[in-house]
Design a binder for this molecule. Sequence first.
Ligand code: NAI
Ligand code: MG
Length: 361
Amino acid sequence: MSKNILILPGDGIGPEIVAEAVKVLDVVNQRFDLGLNMEHALVGGAAYDEFGTPLPDVTMDKARAADAILLGAVGGPKWDNLEDRELRPEKGLLGLRSGLELFGNLRPAILYPQLADASSLKPEVVSGLDILIVRELTGGIYFGKPRGIRTLENGEREGYNTYVYNESEIRRIAKVAFESAQKRGKKLCSVDKANVLEVTVLWREVMNEVAKDYPDVELSHMYVDNAAMQLVRAPKQFDVMVTGNMFGDILSDAAAMLTGSIGMLPSASLDKNNKGMYEPCHGSAPDIAGQGIANPLATILSAAMMLRYSLNQAEAADAIELAVSKVLDQGLRTGDIFSAGMTKVSTKEMGEAVVAALQEV
Ligand code: NAI
Ligand code: MG
């Protein structure tokens, strides 16, 4: 059965890194007979330059029709001063996430043993790190209404946002988290601020209710300030963490850096049917765009996640992850993960090395 994959390179380093991931997908497509049809479309700054909008209807239509989406990155100084903020490249990404209801954001933070010296923490604290952060992506304070900046009667200005989650939003992200934990170490830590915020009192209650359907998963709760501390103190105590949109945004960036480079981190954003959009955690890196030096591994690993989560092709996903590990064994490093004694390679050389390693796994 054939599957339609929409490729959205975006702008900045997006097209450079996505090109390498597509080469890798081409190889596994043949090798494992996956029947993937890949089609490209524009999003972000590239779409704005062509159509005057970061998310043209034609792209959204293709995204709705696709079985899965692989995205590079969007955004950059070229578009930062657009008069209409709604036309910024980043709005294209938010439009895709909310339009497709991609509420379940999975961000694995895995430290490859070959990169142990790239982590900001001591080896004994991080070696073997393999945690998964499940972040709610389409609700919470980033989307709650009302919001804005108003002027009070006394003339003072006031900014406000609304932190709101309803039961069904919490329940559906809880299910994603429990199911993820079931497939891994069977430990789930739900992160909230239930000592202060009512919305997270409900969050905690619903997590406890959903837990009854997953008796094999051990659920614990932690306040977000403590979770931030524990992540840098003893990150290996965690298996899967689940949290709301804003806490997840912050904690997942902190977790990401434990692994050395943002250039290594993939992500998945899933809807209720596990249809998903897959993208590296990093942005469009305008400072290095066009130089051919960006690390394509986060995007290649995102393609592996796509095969695993949306296309049920675990064997092909395993092969890609193993190939990535092999190129790291060979000492090949892009600039962001380079250290003395290693071989510095370009974006393209790294992609081609993964392709070569794939022939052998
Ligand atoms: P960034 O992630 O683009 O870059 C941060 C730093 O990491 C830069 O020094 C960059 O060179 C480096 N870096 C990032 N990815 C890399 C890779 N694959 N290989 C080697 N080095 C890499 O974050 P920044 O600078 O805050 O944002 C730049 C633009 O990207 C902004 O317009 C921002 O809005 C956008 N952005 C887009 C995201 C997305 O498309 N999902 C996510 C985050 C930011
Ligand atoms: Mg963020």
